[in-house]
Design a protein around this ligand. Structure first.
Ligand SMILES: Nc1ncnc2c1ncn2[C@@H]1O[C@H](COP(=O)(O)OP(=O)(O)OP(=O)(O)O)[C@@H](O)[C@H]1O
Ligand SMILES: [Mg+2]
Length: 268
């Protein structure tokens, strides 16, 4: 599904180059559940933005579902993003003036879906994340966990196959964080490919595959240990099987096996 090869991204800050990604190779198969950890500034968000077509590499290639994205025009990238990729951010990124339901309708408005269908889909997805009764609430009237559920619902309305979450629990207390992780893991069990950036080792180790970044490089790419055992309910899940077979299909990964000292240094 995802094929990054030699992806490099350098920003310039005060005349100095800052290497955010350095020769990153990464293959992701459909249905995988991947966590991305590493120190602050190591390139995790840059990697996610790259995968989400929000940013372009300086060099290297990114194929999404077999399509070479670097040759696409901006509007083609936007369409590909809208149809395939959902985002969740630490800060929710909801619009305060709009109700929960209207926030969820927004991606469909941008895609030109008619009002009736928009309302129907948004209502159904809001119910799916357990917030049917909060449809008319504005963000200021919702808790952190509820805000993130609305953001998840918004990410889902276009039925993406890839869900990218950048510290989705970073602004939540532990209970709300668990709750949000539960919702997105359920989506993964239903087949969505999931990448979660997190500083929380307890969340990171739930993933079927764990990446660790340092200085723009993926220094560790390993099968996780906690997935099936974490709640006891995942061991029978078909997606657990799917993701483990997906890993063996993922092909040679230039970065696998370059372990550099486990979890010391994380989380921040
Ligand atoms: N728009 C930008 N302009 C300049 N430098 C940037 C920009 N975005 C990121 N960087 C730099 O690139 C590097 C990687 O940043 P990135 O946001 O990917 O890190 P991160 O791993 O997500 O960190 P954190 O855990 O703090 O969110 C950092 O050194 C950062 O300062
Ligand atoms: Mg970040």
């Amino acid at each position: 599904m995802i094929e990054l090869q030699g992806v490099t991204k350098t920003y310039t800050m005060g005349g100095q180059p800052v290497r955010a990604l350095c020769q990153v190779d990464l293959s992701v198969a459909p249905g995988e559940y991947i966590s991305v950890m590493g120190p602050s500034g190591s390139g995790k968000s840059t990697l996610l933005n790259m995968l989400g077509l929000l940013d372009r590499p300086d060099s290297g290639s990114y194929r999404l579902n077999g399509l070479a994205t670097e040759t696409l025009k901006e509007e083609e990238r936007a369409r590909l993003r809208g149809e395939n990729i959902g985002f969740i951010f630490q800060s929710f990124q909801l619009i305060n003036r709009l109700t929960a339901l209207e926030n969820i309708e927004l991606p469909m408005m941008l895609a030109g879906v008619n009002p009736r269908e928009r309302r129907q889909t948004a209502t159904a997805v809001l119910a799916q994340v357990g917030l049917a009764e909060r449809a008319g609430h504005r963000p200021g009237q919702l808790s952190g966990g509820q805000l993130q559920r609305v953001a998840i619902a918004r990410a889902l309305v276009m039925k993406p196959r890839l869900l990218l979450a950048d510290e989705p629990t970073g602004n939540l207390d532990q209970a709300a964080g668990q709750d949000v992780i539960g919702v997105i893991e359920q989506l993964n069990r239903e087949g969505i490919t999931l990448l979660v950036v997190t500083h929380d080792i307890n969340i990171g180790r739930r993933a079927g595959r764990r990446l660790r970044m340092v200085d723009g490089v993926i220094v560790e790419d390993i099968a996780g240990d906690g997935v099936a055992g974490a709640t006891g309910e995942r061991s029978a899940s078909p997606v657990a099987d799917l993701s483990s077979s997906a890993q063996s299909d993922a092909g040679p990964n230039a970065n696998s096996g370059k372990a550099t000292g486990g979890e010391s240094g994380a989380p921040h």
